[in-house]
Design a binder for this molecule. Structure first.
Ligand SMILES: [Zn+2]
Length: 92
């Protein structure tokens, strides 16, 4: 993530945040607390980044992505956003 050297700010999800406000990923915090993990972690077949969690279809086992390229959304928030997007489409 690019950080402005003068302000220490970075853009995350479209909003400007100070780098100190952005939490490290869980695996980085774990590595800081407990040392580097002993397990070997794979590269995600979707995004190619080393990851700790793979998300796959319960039945088929098809991989959707990993903790680095898939985000977990609150379902009620997601529904609210879908409704707002539909509303905006009708107003255009
Ligand atoms: Zn991934």
């Amino acid at each position: 993530m690019p950080e402005n050297q003068l302000t220490g700010a970075a853009v995350m999800n479209g909003t400007v945040k100070r780098m100190s406000q952005i939490p490290d990923a869980d695996y980085i915090r774990e590595a800081e607390m407990y040392g580097m993990p002993s397990a070997e972690y794979p590269e995600c077949p979707v995004c190619g980044k080393v990851c700790h969690t793979i998300f796959a279809d319960r039945d088929s086992g098809d991989v959707y992505g990993c903790d680095r390229c898939v985000k977990v959304l609150d379902a009620a928030d997601w529904l609210e956003n879908q409704k707002m997007e539909l509303e905006e489409m009708y107003h255009d």
